[in-house]
Design a protein around this ligand. Structure first.
Ligand code: ZN
Ligand code: ZN
Length: 158
């Protein structure tokens, strides 16, 4: 099982493999050590986030979102160009190809688990346990929680 997380201290993106056989995560950049709480990982299953106190994770594709957006944008731009050139068949061929690439990628890219609160990602997880797909309500709850704690931290500084 691997984890990719944002270091809580220096915000560097850290990646660590075989996290089931260790009890600490360490940042390669600032050397910050995050202790993995006991029973967080059991039987190749994750019960909670290892970086933040949240126990709410969701199943998502381990696919860079930017790349997905880029493919769709390129497809749309290509079809617009073809449309401008009155190439009707090419227009639809490009749109169809874009959709096809999306579908194929969706099938081949493996799932991973992501934390709602700190965006840490976990891959190579055998079973997703009770975790399900993205839930907007849960996401919203965590977003508001973060916004609140940030504004609280901000007001403390003043
Ligand atoms: Zn760090
Ligand atoms: Zn987290």
């Amino acid at each position: 099982m691997w984890i990719e997380y944002c270091c809580p201290q220096c915000h560097a993106t850290c990646r660590q493999d075989s996290i089931e056989s260790t009890d600490i995560l360490s940042c390669q950049k600032c050397k910050l050590i995050v202790r993995i709480a006991p029973q967080s990982i059991g039987n190749d299953r994750l019960t909670r986030c290892l970086v933040c106190p949240s126990a709410e994770l969701f199943v998502r594709k381990n696919f860079p979102q930017k790349l997905g957006v880029w493919i769709v944008t390129a497809g749309l731009a290509g079809s617009c160009v073809a449309w401008a050139w009155h190439e009707l068949i090419a227009t639809f061929a490009i749109l169809f190809a874009t959709a096809l690439v999306d579908v194929v990628l969706y099938m081949v890219v493996p799932n991973c688990l992501a934390c709602y609160r700190c965006q840490a990602r976990y891959g190579g997880v055998e079973s997703h346990g009770t975790f399900t797909g993205f839930n907007l309500e849960t996401h919203e709850r965590h977003r508001q929680f973060l916004a609140r704690s940030e504004s609280l931290a901000g007001s403390k500084k003043l």
